[in-house]
Design a protein around this ligand. Sequence first.
Ligand code: SF4
Length: 231
Amino acid sequence: MQLSRLRIIRERLAARYGDPILEPDNDPLGGLIETILSQSTSDVNSHRAYADLRAAFPSWEAVRDAPQERVAEAIRHGGLANIKAARIQDVLRAITERLPAGENPTASLDGRFTAWLGAMPVAEARAALKSLPGVGPKTAACVLLFSLGLPSMPVDTHVFRISQRLGLIGPKTSAGRAHEEYDAVLPEDMVYPVHVLFIRHGRALCRAQHPLCRQCPLLDMCPWGQRQVET
Ligand code: SF4
């Protein structure tokens, strides 16, 4: 993966879609739960399930300690409600166990989680998140980037597909390995723009089925796309 190529790709995609600006929400626990809710469903459904969950319980401690059926009922619009309710409660219990006692053990769970993660170097924070039940590299990267503004590249389905087509990663590179390659190469200020621009490009032109390569500003540097337009 070459940084010089990535810079050109970012410039061309930014010229087409606009350059995104990162505005972290400083709510990593909310971001983590929202990411769990987003698995295997649409953005609309997962946002609704998250809003319903926040409205149904006064705190994350209350979600953690509620009967699982009540949590599942609250998030039913997000699909796989029973599975996701169990995952959410497992994660909240694991976080409760791992948080250091600290100076203010009576502070809220989300406040203590934010302080705990925010005090770590990014690699350590990533490892801490990945050690939680059901949290893989993409979820960890989403929480670090979107909630805390820390440089960690989430490789979702669009990023992975475009990276393969452009030859940024090898054909046999796993998504887990792709996370590591991006994190090793991308400078801090490029992580968010490249992530968001790849998603916009994946939705607009570089779709999984029937990509619109002839309209693509990256065609001259995309071996996969050039094969498509030649056939
Ligand atoms: S040329 Fe085609 S395959 Fe390559 S990045 Fe553009 S749309 Fe995707």
